[in-house]
Ligand binder design. Structure first.
Ligand code: NAP
Length: 303
């Protein structure tokens, strides 16, 4: 006989993990399926905007994990290959394994957007990085560039400037659009130079990166750098929803304010949804709301 869960949670980032805490409290038979515990919050540097907590993203997600485990949560660590509608609800495939649940909450977030320029793939791990907090230490005392103009780029630049000789930020518009507090910090750091209105053309090097070609208002130029940190946002992980008829908005899963998607029994929370503010704290809160809605659906028959 196939074991049927009340709830399958996809993704073990802040949305999925907070959903798991509430599912435990609601007494739902739950399985959390994800590639790694923590998700992209693991890549965040120091947190200043998660109330009641200071420390790294990794530390925060370790605390989530400890708390989730106190509710007896069960994890399946692996890559989700398929999500299908079945008579009992939904079936999730992870390799050869299949898991069936009456409801699903997707807490699948997003993956880093690529620039798609020459050298980006070739020098990955040889000077090209998508994570300043993971790789920054390799560039201690060196010169690096950060690409992007929002908060991830700003945070990366601030951290890198604290350990590198010089940090360039290449941004395609005329004014950084990060939170004002992050811009103030950037402006206070003498070793950050913002190159506005610039477009990265190519990352160059021999064995490792040694330059970044930019198209700027003064024409094309080569900036000598040892590393390039690409912080140009993320794209939502929605491939597994293809064929289920899930309504999307600009590529993100469309949810109502209680986490319902357009497919009955399928709920979603966090960065993969059309919610406008993509933060760890909002993902965690979305996960809680979606769990309440899933509980009402599974246990009380409310749609
Ligand atoms: P984001 O807000 O989507 O910003 C991506 C940045 O990359 C934008 O500046 C964008 O330019 C640029 N970009 C996108 N595609 C590009 C391309 N092909 N070439 C060059 N530049 C490109 O992503 P994010 O910075 O990762 O932030 C995601 C969310 O998390 C945001 O809501 C952000 O506020 C939040 N966040 C907050 C903090 C914090 O400290 N509170 C830290 C990290 C992230 P345009 O500006 O021209 O679109």
């Amino acid at each position: 006989m196939v074991e049927i869960y009340d709830l399958l949670i996809l993704g073990a980032g802040p949305a999925g993990m907070s959903a798991a805490i509430y599912a435990g409290r609601y007494g739902m038979k739950t399985l959390i399926i994800g590639k790694e515990i923590g998700g992209t919050t693991n890549l965040a540097g120091e947190f200043e905007n998660y109330p009641g907590f200071t420390g790294s993203g990794i530390d925060l997600m370790k605390k989530f994990e400890e708390q989730v485990k106190t509710f007896g949560a069960v994890f399946e660590i692996g890559s989700i290959d398929k999500l299908e509608k079945v008579e009992e609800g939904f079936c999730v495939s992870v390799g050869d394994k299949k898991f069936v649940g009456s409801s699903v909450i997707s807490g699948l977030g997003s993956e880093r957007r690529k620039l798609g320029i020459p050298g980006e793939g070739k020098f990955l791990g040889k000077g090209v990085s998508y994570c300043a907090t993971c790789d920054g230490n390799f560039f201690r005392g060196k010169i690096v560039a950060v690409i992007g103009g929002s908060d991830s780029a700003a945070k990366a630049a601030i951290y890198l400037a604290s350990i590198c000789e010089k940090v360039y930020i290449s941004y395609r518009k005329e004014k950084m659009r990060c939170e004002p507090i992050n811009l103030e910090k950037i402006e206070a750091m003498k070793n950050i130079e913002i190159i506005y209105n610039s477009k990265p053309l190519e990352i160059v090097g021999d064995k490792n990166v040694n330059g970044l070609k930019l198209e700027s208002l003064d024409g094309a130029k080569l900036v000598d750098v040892d590393g390039v940190f690409i912080e140009v946002g993320s794209v939502p992980l929605t491939v597994i929803f293809d064929g289920l008829g899930v309504e999307l908005e600009n590529g993100y899963i469309k949810v109502d304010k209680e986490g319902r998607t357009s497919v009955e029994g399928l709920f979603a929370a966090g960065d993969g949804t059309n919610n406008p503010f993509k933060q760890t704290i909002t993902a965690a809160a979305d996960g809680v709301l979606a769990t309440r809605t899933a509980y009402n659906f599974v246990k009380l028959g409310k749609k």
